[in-house]
Ligand binder design. Structure first.
Ligand code: ATP
Length: 262
């Protein structure tokens, strides 16, 4: 479990078009620091990572647990182009796709994406994504893309009340991915996929690795009520399309529902 240094990371990323590089031994939250950097004018593709993250966040006040050295937290600051502004809600699945493609291209590991963005191996969550927005008045300043991946054994939290079964890349595949190598692999894919945001190829790729596609699953609403449905696909705006037992089709926007095993 090597601790990365900023110099090592600069060396590993030297031929990629990244912005500033920040590498901490310990940090509260890489996304919180991302907000600070962004407000201070950090450029597009600024990268922040840490060996240990003590106050990792998930969606809706949830906690993201980062076991030191085995789970890897990373934040990327995105300054969207005017074209990308049309597709801001797709950056979160784009990040999930970059994780999937990184695992596939780099290590021949075939993961699924649980809509909208969680990455699963053998139906267990190995990666969570938190995409936040930073505003200056009514102007969007940046997207703060947080991505936590459980790389090694010991990173999946063993605590009651997890919202989904958790695991790590090593536990599911036996593959040990060094931290610096993963950061490079992931960023390479993020850079490669970004021009396809909102394009047909993007949706095709996302849909082709959708967890539960064609299967019956449980859809849980924000108020805790749930229903069974079949996951059918993804609409052109990124919504999830489902069909219920009566054949009725519905679409759901991110944040409205969570998918769970039956
Ligand atoms: P949903 O499945 O409802 O869409 P979510 O995937 O958006 O939820 P996140 O905000 O991404 O949820 O993740 C936070 C949740 O993930 C926590 O509430 C906890 O249950 C779980 N969790 C926290 N740390 C880890 C980890 N290292 N590995 C796997 N799961 C974790």
């Amino acid at each position: 479990m090597e601790k990365l240094t900023k110099d090592e990371l600069i060396e590993v990323l030297k031929d990629l078009p990244v912005g500033e590089i920040h590498c901490f031994d310990e940090i509260g939250s890489t996304n919180d620091f991302g907000f600070e950097c962004s407000a201070a004018g950090a450029p597009d593709m600024t990268v922040i990572t840490a060996f240990e993250q003590t106050k990792g966040r998930g969606r809706m006040q949830r906690k993201w647990i980062t076991a030191p050295g085995t789970s890897l937290p990373m934040t990327v600051i995105i300054r969207p182009t005017s074209e990308e502004m049309k597709y801001l809600n797709l950056f979160s699945p784009l990040t999930g796709l970059a994780v999937r493609e990184g695992l596939l291209k780099g290590y021949k590991i075939d993961s699924r994406i649980k809509w909208p963005n969680d990455v699963l191996l053998n139906r267990r969550k190995i990666c969570g994504i938190l995409c936040e927005t930073q505003w200056e008045g009514d102007q969007l300043n940046a997207l703060i893309l947080g991505v936590g991946i459980n790389l090694l054994h010991g990173s999946a939290p063993e605590i009651p009340g997890l919202n989904y079964p958790a695991s790590s890349v090593e536990d599911e595949t036996g593959v040990i991915i060094p931290r610096a190598e993963w950061i490079r692999t992931f960023l390479t894919q993020l850079i490669h996929l970004r021009p396809f945001l909102g394009k047909q190829k993007f949706f095709e790729q996302w849909e082709s690795c959708l967890a539960y596609k064609g299967e019956e699953t449980r859809l849980v609403r924000q108020d805790g009520s749930s229903e069974r449905c079949i996951v059918t696909g993804i609409a052109p705006d990124g919504s999830l399309i489902t069909t219920d037992q009566n054949g009725e089709t519905k679409t759901w926007i991110a944040g409205e529902i969570s998918l769970r095993e039956i």
